[in-house]
Design a binder for this molecule. Structure first.
Ligand code: FES
Length: 105
């Protein structure tokens, strides 16, 4: 398992034992105050928007074009730390990843 630390919409930190191979979104959407992920991971809704801590941003694969387009339409977009959690696959290297559920997600 890979540990993720998620700050939910109420500002509470929740630890998640994430399954590698699934996306971050698939691992955190079951939390009570987490992402909605309306499109189910098709990169077409941006309701899985999260903020990633700066030290972790540089360790993640770069945003693809579709992800950039979706995030650009988000009012909460922060170029330094916004990601769509459905576009990040959990790997062992992400153990300890900290993220914050974005307000509108
Ligand atoms: S779940 Fe819709 S864009 Fe990620």
């Amino acid at each position: 398992m890979v540990k993720l630390v998620v700050t939910d919409k109420d500002g509470r930190d929740v630890e998640v034992d994430a399954r590698p191979g699934l996306s971050v979104m698939e691992n955190i959407r079951q939390l009570p105050r987490s992402v909605e992920a309306i499109c189910g991971g098709l990169c077409s809704c941006a309701t899985c928007h999260v903020f990633i801590e700066a030290e972790w941003m540089q360790r993640l694969p770069a945003r693809r074009h579709e992800e950039r387009l979706m995030l650009a339409g988000s009012r909460a977009f922060d170029a330094a730390r916004s990601r769509l959690s459905c576009q990040i696959k959990v790997t062992a290297e992400l153990d300890g990843l900290r993220l914050v559920v974005a307000p509108e997600s």
